[in-house]
Design a protein around this ligand. Structure first.
Ligand code: FRU
Length: 326
């Protein structure tokens, strides 16, 4: 059985400091493992834009067959992605977008829908007047922009709900704690906090608890990862009222990349759905995800067994050939 790799896919990842990115990379590696003709090389930019530009330059110079990129911010990453695309390398953008449309395809969760889901959820809870703080993700990254747009479009057309303050975060918990402390000291009638991801939402909960406001203020996050400290767990522990599922799309990215490499026509925009996870469905969601993880482990186990068999077979074949040559 020949092991020749036919395609190298280079993936420029924003960073691997958080569970969401780790889970995305893992899903991609597992998927890529199903195709012996694929080699996946992941570079970690450590959330630094200069690093990300250098990483993409490096991948281009290594003559990869396909570039996958999740841009830290849209604008500064656009030129290098465009030049890769214009030099003939197919480009798949995942999760965060570049500016313009110089790429082969985009794949990611519907961030506008993440925002509208969060606002519609709040609107469905009450007709009383409620005050909201919105905590945004990194300025200049497309999910922050689109989540905010979706959220505010619905809030602005809902009479009893109002966003009274906005905090600019950077996707990480430490970035929002002090600004939130300041706001909670000066405004006493906050009811909800919509936070653009679960990591910052956990930080918001810690501040709310510190201020002993956890009975009054309810928090919504985004991501809904399974596992310890993931959004689903935070909902179960009552730290979050709800989280909006934002799938990583790791599996789908590799499948789409393969189609592109095989010359198949693919849609330019490949949008993954989101859904609300709250106390009513958190348990069933985590059980479903656990089941998928278990199946994945079973598949991995089978694959290791097959690999062993193949190695055994190759050694036996070689021994036989040597004997026959005598
Ligand atoms: C992970 C993350 C997620 C968020 C996404 C947006 O690095 O911060 O929490 O949903 O990026 O691109």
């Amino acid at each position: 059985i020949s092991e020749t790799k036919t395609y190298t896919i280079g993936f420029s990842q924003t960073g691997i400091n958080d569970e969401w990115r780790k889970s995305m990379n893992q899903a991609m590696e597992i998927q890529a493992g199903f195709y012996p003709e694929l080699e996946l090389k992941i570079l970690d930019s450590k959330d630094n834009i200069d690093n990300q530009i250098k990483d993409i330059e490096q991948l281009i110079s290594e003559k990869i067959d396909m570039l996958i990129v999740s841009p830290i911010k849209s604008k500064p990453i656009t030129p290098i992605v465009e030049s890769a695309f214009k030099s003939g390398i197919p480009v798949l953008i995942v999760d965060r977008k570049t500016d313009g449309d110089n790429y082969t395809a985009y794949l990611g969760g519907d961030n506008y829908e993440v925002g509208t889901n969060a606002a519609n959820y709040l609107a469905s809870l009450t007709n009383e007047n409620k005050n909201i703080i919105e905590v945004k993700g990194l300025a200049g990254s497309s999910p922050a922009l689109e989540r905010s747009l979706g959220f505010n479009d619905v809030i602005n057309s809902t009479k009893n709900l109002e966003v009274v303050k906005t905090i600019e975060g950077n996707w990480e918990s430490y970035s929002i704690k002090d600004p939130l402390r300041d706001i909670l000291e000066s405004i006493k009638d906050i009811d909800y906090i919509f936070v653009h991801n679960d990591r910052m939402a956990l930080g918001a909960w810690e501040v709310v608890k510190e201020k002993k406001l956890q009975k009054r203020i309810k928090i919504l996050g985004v991501d809904g990862l399974n596992g310890p400290n993931g959004g689903i767990q935070l909902v179960k522990e009552n730290k979050l009222l709800a989280t909006i599922l934002y799938p990583t799309g790791g599996d789908e990215a590799i499948q789409l990349a393969l189609k592109i490499l095989n010359g198949e026509r693919v849609a330019k925009n490949n949008i993954l759905n989101t859904t609300v996870i709250d106390a009513r469905n958190a348990d069933i969601m985590s059980k479903q995800f656990d089941k998928i993880d278990q199946q994945q482990q079973d598949i991995d186990y089978q694959r290791i067994k097959i690999d062993k068999q193949e190695k055994k077979y190759t050694t036996q074949k070689h021994t036989l050939q040597l004997l026959l040559a005598l």
